[in-house]
Design a protein around this ligand. Structure first.
Ligand code: F6R
Length: 356
C-alpha cells in the first residue's frame, strides 16, 4: 500500500533510513556484536578472492561496495555482470567465494551463473530481498535485505540495503581477523541521519529536476572512485523512468572522447564526496562548463563550494554512496513527474527479469 504517496518509488526512497535501521537491528545485538553465521564469515575470510555477481542496480551496488569491502577484509573483490560472466568465466582463484546480489532473487542471468558455480563446487552467498527466492534457496548461504517489498520497477531501497548489508558483512569478516578501528554501528547511524537530512531537501531537488531535466534529451553523471559507481546508478535510474539518455562516466575519462557530446545546455551532474578526488572532479566540471554544459554539483559539506546546488552531510567516506545516491534517486523521480510519465511502471520493463 502506498498510503498517501503518489507513487511507490517516492515511498521507497523515503523508507531508506528506516531500512538501514532495520538492518542494524537485525544484524547487531545490544552489545554491538555482529549476528552472522560464523562458518559463513570463516569461509569468506579464508577465500582468496570474492566474486560479486549481479545485474543492473544490484551490480551497481556491488561496484559501490568494492572499496569498503576490500579495505576492511583485505580480500580482493571482483564485481561482475551476471549476463557476461555466464558466457566467459574468468580464470578463477583457487579458493573463490561468490556473492550474488539480487533484490528479487529470481533474476535468470544471476541464477545461470549460480548453477554453474555450484557445479564447480564453489561456495556462495545470496543476498536477496525475498528470503524464499530461487537464489536464496540455491546458494549455500543466504542473507535477507530487510528492505520490505519493493514495488516500483526502479530499484532504490534495495540498492542502499545491499551496500549497507555488505558493509556489515565486511566488518564482521574484519573482526574475525583483527580489531577494527571502526565503529560501524555508529557510522551507519550517521548515514541514516544524513539520508534523512537529504530527504528534507526534497522540494529543492524537485525544483532542480524541473530546471535541469524537463526539456533535455541527454544528461551525464560524473565522479571518481565511489562517486563513479554512484554515477552509473544515477544514470540508470534517470534513463529507465524519465527516458532521458543518461550516462555515468568516470570524471577523468570524459576528456578521452565523451566530451565531444557536450553541447550548449547539456546537463552534467558532478558527484563529489571524496577528499582525495574532489579537486580533480571540479576541474572536469570546469572543462565541460566551458563547452556549454549546465552543471549541477552534489557535494559533501566538508569540501562544498558556495555555488554547489545539493550539499550532503558528512559520513564515513567509504559509505558516502549510501547518502549521495539519494538525491540522484529524487532527481530521477521528479524529472519523470515533470515529463509526465508513470514513475512506477516505465515502458518495456518488468520488476524481475526471469529470461536470460
Ligand atoms: C533498475 C532495476 C534493475 C534490477 C536488475 C536486477 O532499477 O531494478 O536493473 O536491478 O534487473 O534485479 P535483481 O536485483 O532483482 O536481481
Amino acid at each position: 500500500d502506498k498510503g498517501t504517496y503518489p507513487f511507490y518509488m517516492l515511498k521507497e526512497i523515503e523508507e531508506q533510513p528506516l531500512v538501514l535501521r532495520r538492518l542494524q537491528q537485525k544484524y547487531f545485538d545490544f552489545h554491538g556484536n555482529v549476528l552472522l553465521d560464523d562458518t559463513l564469515l570463516q569461509e569468506i575470510s579464508a577465500s582468496e578472492r570474492i566474486y560479486i555477481v549481479a545485474c543492473g542496480t544490484s551490480y551497481h551496488a556491488g561496484l559501490a561496495s568494492k572499496a569498503f569491502f576490500e579495505t576492511l577484509t583485505k580480500v580482493p573483490v571482483e564485481v561482475h555482470l551476471a549476463s557476461e560472466f555466464g558466457y566467459y568465466t574468468p580464470i578463477l582463484a583457487k579458493k573463490p567465494f561468490f556473492i550474488y546480489l539480487s533484490q528479487s532473487g529470481e533474476t535468470a542471468d544471476s541464477r545461470q551463473v549460480l548453477v554453474k558455480t555450484n557445479q564447480l563446487g564453489a561456495s556462495s552467498l545470496a543476498i536477496t530481498n525475498v528470503p524464499g527466492s530461487t537464489l536464496a534457496r540455491e546458494a549455500k548461504y543466504a542473507l535477507s535485505l530487510e528492505a520490505g517489498p519493493e514495488i516500483a520497477v526502479a530499484s532504490t531501497k534495495a540498492y542502499t540495503a545491499q551496500i549497507a548489508l555488505l558493509s556489515i558483512l565486511a566488518y564482521a569478516i574484519q573482526l574475525e581477523k583483527e580489531d577494527s578501528q571502526l565503529n560501524l554501528l555508529q557510522e551507519l547511524t550517521l548515514v541514516e541521519e544524513a539520508m534523512t537530512q537529504v530527504l528534507t531537501q526534497k522540494e529543492h531537488i524537485h525544483q532542480l529536476a524541473k530546471d535541469f531535466f524537463r526539456d533535455t534529451n541527454s544528461a551525464f553523471f560524473i565522479g571518481r572512485g565511489n562517486d563513479y559507481a554512484v554515477s552509473l546508478e544515477a544514470a540508470l535510474k534517470l534513463k529507465e523512468i524519465s527516458y532521458i539518455q543518461a550516462e555515468g562516466f568516470a570524471a577523468g575519462e570524459l576528456k578521452h572522447g565523451t566530451i565531444a557530446l557536450i553541447e550548449d545546455g547539456t546537463p552534467v551532474i558532478g558527484l563529489i564526496t571524496s577528499e582525495v578526488t574532489h579537486l580533480h572532479t571540479r576541474g572536469n566540471l570546469e572543462e565541460v562548463k566551458s563547452r556549454g554544459a549546465k552543471t549541477l554539483v552534489i557535494s559533501e559539506t566538508t569540501f562544498a563550494q558556495a555555488s554547489d546546488q545539493i550539499i550532503l552531510p558528512k559520513a564515513h567516506p567509504l559509505l558516502m554512496s549510501l547518502v549521495s545516491v539519494v538525491p540522484t534517486q529524487l532527481l530521477a523521480y521528479y524529472a519523470t513527474l515533470e515529463r509526465g510519465y508513470d514513475v512506477d511502471k516505465p515502458r518495456n520493463l518488468a520488476k524481475s527479469v526471469t529470461v536470460e
